[in-house]
Design a protein. Structure first.
Length: 54
C-alpha cells in the first residue's frame, strides 16, 4: 500500500510544477520567428488625384 505523502512534499511538488509552467510560458512567449535578412521597403501612401494634378 502507498504511504501518504506529507503536506510539505505536496506543496513542494506543486511549487516546482508551477515554476516549471511559468518558465515554459515565458520561453514560449519569447519564441518569435526570426527576422528577414532584408526588410521589406516601406509602402508609400498614394496622394489623392487632385494633389497630383496641381
Amino acid at each position: 500500500m502507498l504511504e501518504p505523502t506529507r503536506t510539505t512534499e505536496r506543496y513542494a511538488r506543486g511549487l516546482a510544477a508551477a515554476v516549471a509552467a511559468v518558465a515554459a510560458l515565458i520561453l514560449a512567449a519569447n519564441a518569435a520567428p526570426a527576422e528577414a535578412d532584408a526588410p521589406a521597403p516601406d509602402r508609400q501612401t498614394t496622394a489623392p488625384v487632385e494633389a497630383a494634378l496641381r
